[in-house]
Design a protein around this ligand. Structure first.
Ligand code: SF4
Length: 507
């Protein structure tokens, strides 16, 4: 059995896809012949570099400079001048927009949309499969998949579908293969498929099209499909050699690595990880450190992206004792450890350039009701201690949770403004209620408001703090506060936290 594993468009193409790299590590360990295709990276480059002109001055300039801008995105000096960086990114994005408009689609550096088609409606995904020619990537993937499968016939093709922004393109590719290579076994797995299949009312609508939908860690599903006897608990080191390391849209190779699946805290209300009952499965700390050393030696990255939902204190301590020798960043919960100056300085010395921190709210009441396990006073000290140690902070705020009101949202504004000198970057999100969250029954929900595959449901906010009001507050008040506005201006467009470390000390 030989396999082709595909990472479909569109995701941010600044680092190699961790999903198919992990599967490649597993397949190599079991001696299964395979090939990887980052169709996202190749597809975006294809759209950005094929001839075109555009009708207005900006689009003409963007097309003319596309090759040069792609090169600039891989050069460190571009990141030393934020205006130059922004112009480069916006110009490349302009080409993507212009090249997809005739398909009634909107391709960007971080998203994919298609007019009249929704990635949360199974009927629309089946339609995308029926008419793959309507997809703006069609001329790329039809040629590329044909070439790969004719040169090297495969028994099966697996798609790694993790984000909504990949769904319509994945099904367009699946539809193409089903039509022209009917003998192939088609498998679709990944985080998004896992979430779909965890829905309590799940009924597979893709039976006639996709041979296998795989929920959960792709390794286990693939192994059982391949009929390979293997330890279900085995953890595999990802393999990146088969991916084009120097083609990604970053100034050097970024090494993605997951030291755990799930979350060690797993208590926040309405967290999708908790709602889906995803178990916490950490890679043993000594193995994670050994993996990082080995992968660093192999791939020579300029930056390590730790993908965990929350880096465990045990792993952070181990990194301090045995640093990977390369700058790194990742998500951490705000815990007591970060009010310790020595600990933060040790983190800085072991390469930590930026921490992503789920602060969520500046109201103690909201934090308590949402079971964040964060004390605001401690959070304020942690932000200052982390920043003083020379580590940048990327704070995540969540508005419109069932326990928030307009007053408590304003407390978040006051907290953010009061501590703005310790916050380098901000991510603002509006709360979505997972359809199957354990606490959903406490709220008056509205019927599925987007489609049968929607992972979220509408709800009547118990305090009347509805999405429209939240959005208005964010646009008219929160984002306009001068302290907040100046933080938001720093955020790298499209690439956000993935490129933010390149604007921080230590890189
Ligand atoms: S820390 Fe993050 S991943 Fe963990 S339970 Fe809370 S929201 Fe979910």
């Amino acid at each position: 059995m030989s396999l082709l594993l595909v990472h479909p468009p569109v995701t941010k193409a600044c680092e190699p896809p961790a999903g198919i790299a992990r599967l490649a590590g597993m397949l190599s360990r079991h001696g299964v012949e395979h090939e990887l295709l980052d169709a996202n990276l190749e597809g975006l480059v294809y759209l950005m570099t094929r001839p075109g002109e555009g009708s207005d001055r900006w689009t003409k300039r963007a097309y003319r400079n596309a090759h040069r801008n792609l090169t600039a995105l891989k050069e460190r000096q571009t990141y030393q001048n934020s205006d130059r960086y922004r112009r480069t990114v916006f110009d490349l994005n302009r080409v993507l927009e212009a090249s997809s408009v005739s398909f009634a689609a909107g391709v960007s550096l971080s998203n994919y949309q298609q007019h009249n088609l929704s990635p949360v409606r199974s009927g629309d995904l089946l339609h995308a499969a029926e008419v793959p020619e309507d997809n703006p990537f069609f001329s790329y993937f039809s040629k590329r998949l044909t070439e790969l499968l004719c040169n090297n016939p495969r028994k099966a093709v697996g798609f790694s579908l993790n984000f909504l922004s990949q769904a319509l393109c994945t099904f367009a590719m699946v539809g193409f293969l089903r039509r022209y290579f009917p003998e192939l076994t088609l498998i679709v797995g990944g985080g998004l498929v896992t979430s779909w299949m965890h829905k309590p009312d799940w009924v597979n609508p893709f039976g006639g099209l996709v041979d296998h939908l795989a929920a959960g860690p792709g390794e286990h599903a693939l192994l059982s499909f391949l009929g390979v006897e293997a330890d279900k608990e085995a953890l595999y080191r990802p393999e990146y050699q088969a991916l084009p390391g120097d083609e990604y849209f970053s100034p050097g190779f970024i090494l993605p690595y997951s030291a755990s699946a799930g979350c060690y805290w797993n208590r926040c209300s309405f967290c999708p990880e908790r709602a889906e009952k995803n178990p916490y499965v950490p890679v043993p700390v000594h193995q994670a450190i050994a993996d990082l050393h080995s992968l660093t030696a192999q791939t020579r990255p300029v930056l390590i992206h730790l993908l965990d939902n929350a880096l465990s204190p045990a792993l952070l301590k181990a990194l301090c004792l045995d640093p990977p020798g390369v700058p790194w960043y990742g998500f951490a919960r705000i815990t007591q450890h970060f009010i310790n100056q020595d600990f933060c300085e040790a983190l800085k010395r072991c390469g930590c350039v930026m921490l992503k921190l789920g602060l969520e709210s500046g109201s103690q009441d909201v934090l308590d009701r949402e079971h964040k396990g964060v004390n605001l006073e401690m959070a304020a000290t942690a932000l200052a201690t982390i920043k003083t140690a020379g580590i940048a902070t990327y704070a995540y705020l969540l508005f419109g949770t069932p326990s928030e009101t307009a007053e408590t949202a304003r407390e978040t504004l006051h907290f953010t403004a009061a501590h703005s000198e310790y916050i380098d970057f901000l991510n603002l999100a509006i709360f979505n209620l997972p359809v199957y969250a354990p606490d959903t029954h406490e709220l008056a929900t509205q019927p599925a408001y987007e489609g049968d595959l929607s992972l979220y449901t509408g709800f009547v906010h118990p305090q009347g703090w509805h999405r429209g009001l939240v959005r208005q507050f964010l646009d008219k008040e929160f984002k306009r506060h001068p302290a907040v506005a100046s933080i938001l201006r720093r955020d790298p467009p499209f690439f956000t936290s993935n490129h933010a470390p390149f604007f921080c000390d230590g890189l």
